[in-house]
Design a protein around this ligand. Structure first.
Ligand code: GDP
Length: 299
């Protein structure tokens, strides 16, 4: 199973991987190699801070170890990337509080609703009882889509036509407590009617969740499209500043995503990546593993 999704990940990141690997085909480690590597990393969406850090690390390690062959340097790069990504590898732990209240944010199209469906299945598979809350009350389609995922997973859903998103969230937390659910998963809006401000709306939802349960929300997740490039880091920072993120889900890494954005996140705003999305199907959500990811990026 794990091998199957690794193959999907490798296929998705294939172009980036061949760009990076192509840097190491020469006979010696020289300035031209470092320059090519810098270009390949920037092309992979790793961003300037992560790229500079990697190059500095490699130069230092080459000096310390005395290696001279590009193939050896490629192994050093794999190890360096693994070390960099390691802080992002952290499991989503539920059960310390009942219910564990998880608020999920993300801009429209990022794959938020799909990821919530997948996460619901993941939790249900580990015997947790889940209550979904459709707090994106601005878009009827969002509510309908979430209801489909609820039905597929046979879990209950709190959804009210035209209600206030914060009120739906409050009701969901209260219902989760009353019904003894293990997890309450709250889907929020990714875009609002123009005169309203998304971050203010999300902050309000968070405050109201806190009113419903003083310890909640226990997790605030951001779903990001892996194809967003450098803008992903900007999104992570903006949502983190507003909401205090506890975890990320990075989607669509099976497609044309370049993958380096995880290095950028690791360097610029290291928030745990609980899961990565590698397809549209219900079981195509995987826990993030730094070593596997670094290897896929350099395969
Ligand atoms: P939302 O607007 O953020 O709720 O986004 P949706 O959940 O509706 O997803 C937007 C599109 O991205 C849909 O067509 C999904 O099937 C697709 N999608 C979501 N996650 C993944 C993923 O990991 N891989 C691929 N290939 N497609 C995905």
């Amino acid at each position: 199973e794990r091998q199957k999704w690794l193959d999907k990940l490798k296929a998705g990141l294939g172009k980036t991987a061949s760009n990076i690997s192509g840097v190491f085909v020469g006979a010696q480690i020289d300035e031209a190699l470092y320059e090519d590597l810098e270009g390949a990393l920037l092309m992979s969406d790793a961003g300037v801070p992560a790229t500079e850090y990697v190059l500095k690390e490699l130069r230092r390690k080459v000096k310390d170890s005395g290696i001279t062959h590009p193939v050896a340097l490629k192994n050093v790069l794999t190890a360096t990337l693994t070390e960099m990504l390691q802080p992002l590898q952290k499991p989503l732990v539920i059960g310390a509080q009942t219910p564990t209240v998880i608020m999920v944010a993300g801009v429209n199209g990022a794959g938020k609703t799909t990821s919530i469906g997948k996460l619901t299945k993941h939790l249900a598979d580990s015997q947790a009882t889940v209550l979904l809350a459709a707090a994106d009350t601005f878009r009827a389609a969002a509510r309908e889509q979430l209801t489909v995922w609820a039905d597929r997973n046979t879990v209950e859903i709190i959804s009210q036509d035209g209600a206030d998103p914060a009120a739906v969230s409050f009701d969901a937390v209260s219902a989760g407590k009353a019904r003894g659910k293990d997890v309450v998963l709250i889907d929020t809006a990714g875009r609002l009617p123009t005169q309203l401000h998304l971050m203010e709306e999300l902050k309000k939802i968070k405050r109201v969740i806190q009113k419903a349960d003083g310890t909640a929300p226990h997790e605030v997740l951001l779903v990001i499209d892996g194809n967003t490039g450098q803008n992903a880091v900007t999104q992570v920072k903006a949502f983190d500043d507003a909401l205090g993120l506890t975890g990320l889900i990075i989607t669509k890494l099976d497609g044309t995503a370049k993958g380096g954005v995880l290095a950028a996140i690791a360097r610029e705003r290291p928030i745990p990546v609980y899961f990565i999305g590698v397809g549209e199907k219900l079981d195509e959500l995987e826990t993030f593993n730094a070593r596997e990811f670094a290897q896929a990026l350099l395969a």
